[in-house]
Design a protein around this ligand. Sequence first.
Ligand code: MLT
Length: 254
Amino acid sequence: MKTIKVNGIEIAYTRRGTGNPLMLVHGFPLDHTMWNETAALLEDDFDLILPDLRGFGESATVETPYFMNDMADDLAALLDNLKINEIAIAGHSMGGYVALAFAKKYPHRVKGLALVASQAAADAPDRREGRYKTAQDVAEKGVGVVADAMTSKLSTMAEVQSFVRAIMERQIPSAVIGALKAMAEREDMSATLAAFSFPVLVVHGDEDALIPVDRGREVKSLVLAAHLTEIQGAGHMPMLEFPKETAAALKILK
Ligand code: MLT
C-alpha cells in the first residue's frame, strides 16, 4: 500500500491494473481488502484505485466529527495527487454513500457511478438514533460489538462471514465511531441522483439482509437510465459471495 497526505490526513491506497480508472470504495467497518477478489477480476480492464477511507485499514484516524463530504474530499485530493481528473467510482454500502457525496460535489470528475448494496435514502430517525447508541457502545466495549451485530447480516456464507469478521476486528474504535456518526448525518441523495448525467449502475444481492434489495430498486426508479443488476442468492457482500457476477456487472463502467 502507498500513503499520501491529503487534507492533513495520511490516506492509504492500492493501485493495480490497466485501463480507464475505476475507484472501488469499501463499506463499513471494513477496508479496501474486501474488494481484493473482485479487483483481481477487474484489473485487466481498469486502472483500479482502492483507498482505505479515513480511519480504516492503513489510513490515519480523525478524532473530530466528520461527514460524508469530508471522506469524498479525501478521495478527490487523493485523485489530484495521482493526477486523475475523471474516474468511474463504485461504492459498497457506506462506500456508496461516500461515492454519492463525491458525485454530488465533483460531478465533472465522474465518468460513471456504481452503488453496490447501497442506497440513496438517509437514515430513518430510529436508525439514526441506533447509530449513536452503537457509537457509545463501541466507545465503551470496542469494535467487537459491531462485528457481533453485523456478521450474520452481511452474508449467510460461513467463509465470507469469517473473512469480513477478521477485517472488522482489526479496525479501530475511533474510525468506527466517526463513520457511524457520518452515516447518521448523511443527507438523502434521491433528488441529487435523479439529476446525474453520467451512467449509474446498481448492483444488489436479492437476499441482502442489511440494505434490502428494494433500496437498490428505488435507485433504479429514480434514474430511469440506471442499469440494475440483482445478484440472485447474494447478501450484503456480493463482491465476496459472487465475485464473478459482481465484476461482470461493474465492467459496464468501462
Ligand atoms: C455498510 O455496510 O457499509 C453499512 O452497514 C451501511 C449502513 O449501515 O448503512
